[in-house]
Design a protein around this ligand. Sequence first.
Ligand SMILES: [Zn+2]
Ligand SMILES: [Zn+2]
Length: 491
Amino acid sequence: MAVIPVSSKYPCAQEHIPMCIKHDLNIDMTCEDCDEFICSQCAKTDHKDHDWKTIPTAGSLRRRELKKTLSKVKENDIAEIDKKMKKASKQKEGNKKCCDSEVSKLQKHYDAIVSKLDEIKKNLETKLVENLERKNAEVSKKKLDLEKKRDHIKDLVEFLEDKHGTMSDYSLIDNLRDLTNLVSNTDSDIERGDHSVRYRGGDISEGSLDSIMGQTFDLDDFRVTETDSFQYGDECLYVFEAIKKDVCLVRALESECMELINIGNKEVEKSNVRGDDVCVTANGDVYATDYDNNCVVRLSPSGSVSTVFSTAPLLPVGICQSTGGLLATLVDDKTKKYHPDSKSRRLVIHVTLTGDVIREYEYQEDDQTMLFTVPWRVKQNGNTDICVVNRTSQSTGELVILSSSGFLKSVYHGQNLNFNPTDVVFASHCNIIVTDFDESKIHLLSPDGEFMKYLLTENEVPNPYSMSLYQSTLWVGDYQGLIKVFQFNNA
Ligand SMILES: [Zn+2]
Ligand SMILES: [Zn+2]
């Protein structure tokens, strides 16, 4: 693209004829391929096979085309810039709206914290006031007793003053004894009536306040950069699990067994396991679902395959490691695949590594609404939430997010009607990464399933089908055998 000459280098050929620095000849030619002014020697050497012309020839050509050239600039290029400017104005408006919405979220959260604090403060205050009421009621009662006692003593003293002369000795002694008893009686002690509840303030640590208030984060910081790629046949990469920084287990859609691919030295090694999904435990054991044989199998590090448990009559699809065992998705094959009825079984099971069922996730809290249509892939997030890629038709799906206690937290339906998720993994801070096969996108979601941004789009990942995240390395397998490796720049 030509740069707009602010002060033209060649304002007029007659004014000043520049010289070629290389050949010390007049610059009187122009190379159309290089968009450069050259000398006749340049034309014979560096620009030998290029399309060069003399400046007058090129000039008259340009003059002939000038009207067309300028009107194209006026009609197309300027219009294009206008369009971009309009877009920029819209972007500013959108940014303002987005900022306002985030600020209002912050305000809402702040209000919720304040109202909770208010409640706590009221409870503390109540404890203090209750003590005051109780203590003062006691003190009032004692005060009343004292008043009575004082009056009694006063009466007795008055009586003795008035009557001691006419009183028998016996009576005098008796009355004086009563008086002594009355005076020395300490029943109405008021010492224990003091207010006894105290308040002591807790630590106002900035760390804990920050964690309650939340934080801001910049979506621009969530970036991935491609570091490697590998062509593995030309079929859809159906099963995919990274097991080391540069080694992954892969099965192409029509392939009989999984293979180990070393991206570093490009070696491919056959494994003994066929499987419809696979997971690798912390100690290196590989578990896979065998859809055709209704079972979950284990591939030992030595390469032998054994059945761990049968899922018959249900078919196992997805599998992942879970706290204290495995999670697997199961479906029946007796009822309509995408139109389950009351006889259908569509569930996620949590089992021990030996296949004992710990719990089943099949229905919502009402115990009758099914959670899934066709539960496909299952993965457990770092916060123990269970994320299930739930296929709702041949070409659509959703991401179901359950708490490990079985509570349906949210369902992510994508950014348009054609959402077709095929795999899910988790980034740091429990953020969720999910493929969108038809739209050729990879979505980044918050742990609650709220859309944050597109992490990758069609230019980088055409029709992504499977994913695996090993530490900060994201592997993406597409529908034509292309494996791409990305590195997280941040987070
Ligand atoms: Zn030259
Ligand atoms: Zn040239």
